[in-house]
Ligand binder design. Structure first.
Ligand code: AGP
Length: 302
């Protein structure tokens, strides 16, 4: 099974890839739409290609679908618009039903893609009930994260970060997916140079850029707390300011955003405070959070 998308939809495909490993589903692999031709030799009538796209009109993803179609692979579209060009090319359509998304940045469609992927993969692993329970936990956690108190907390963080140009975002496994998606939001909405890495990769190069006052965000699950703790201490010792997103704070964090422990589905909720943060920073910088510079809602040319 190949799960294909671009931008935020690619990050959703990475969630499918990492979650399938956790659920012992061995044959799910994520691919960036524009790279599909490099996977051509692995496609045949036994392959299922799931194309992720909010709009269903993204040229790179439609081109990827054509490549898979020529190889006679089975095609499913996981889209917000069931009548879109992409959906009409595919034998199966999985609508995410999250309503029209008007701002350029994908936000609720990301959460909805992740929710549907969760349902799909837990169902495939014979764990449908467990998956459904986790989705309900995610729903109540999301209400908490959107509460006035939670938003005020993020607003204060936005004030702290409003003047910053660069920021690193770290996570491992499923939480690396959140680091990537959060970095994309900070880039396009808040105009920050936000770079995501695997937590363990930081010391293999990017560390050269860390010094007094470098901002670093950590995303982690309770299982990865110790791993994050060690990496954060190393960075804090070099003067980095640590922002933590997890169930419990890191001992070196100067700011913590608490998320409930909902298990493997953590990426469904952990990115939301950063979506809000990006929006608040954009407003403080007099940028239009709905219409980032140089971007369109769907990229219909290659
Ligand atoms: C998301 O915030 C971006 N604007 C962009 O990366 C987007 O996700 C990408 O262009 C894919 O769009 P699609 O989901 O409509 O195919």
């Amino acid at each position: 099974v190949f799960v294909v998308g671009t931008g935020t939809s690619y990050n959703s495909s990475l969630y499918a890839d990492r979650l399938s490993l956790q659920l012992k589903l061995k044959h799910v692999r994520s691919v960036v739409s524009s790279e599909m031709e490099h996977f051509e030799n692995l496609l045949d009538q036994e392959t299922l290609v799931i194309l992720l796209s909010q709009s269903g009109e993204t040229a790179d993803t439609i081109a990827a679908a054509r490549i898979a179609q020529e190889k006679k692979a089975k095609l499913w579209a996981l889209v917000n618009f069931p009548m879109s060009s992409l959906a009409r090319m595919c034998g199966g359509v999985l609508p995410i039903c999250c309503g029209p998304e008007l701002a350029v940045a994908a936000t609720k469609s990301y959460t909805a893609q992740l929710a549907l992927i969760t349902k799909l993969l837990y169902g495939s692993a014979g764990l449908a009930e467990e998956g459904n329970r986790m989705l309900l936990d995610a729903r109540s956690a999301l209400y908490d994260l959107m509460s006035n108190a939670a938003r005020d907390h993020v607003m204060k963080l936005a004030k702290d970060l409003r003047g910053e140009r660069d920021i690193f975002l770290l996570g491992r496994g499923l939480q690396n997916v959140t680091a990537r998606e959060a970095a994309l939001k900070l880039k396009e909405v808040a105009g920050m140079r936000a770079e995501a890495f695997y937590t363990g990769e930081m010391k293999h190069g990017p560390l050269a850029l860390v010094g007094e006052g470098t901002r670093v965000m950590f995303f982690y699950s309770p299982q990865d707390q110790k791993h994050a703790e060690n990496a954060a201490s190393e960075l804090a010792a070099r003067g980095a300011r640590i922002y933590s997103f997890g169930v419990n704070p890191l001992s070196t964090s100067i700011w913590h955003v608490r998320t409930d422990d909902i298990g493997k589905g953590l990426p469904m909720i952990q990115v939301v405070p950063v979506q809000v943060l990006s929006y608040e920073i954009a407003k403080m910088r007099n940028m239009d959070p709905d219409k980032p510079r140089n971007l369109a809602k769907s990229i219909t040319v290659r």
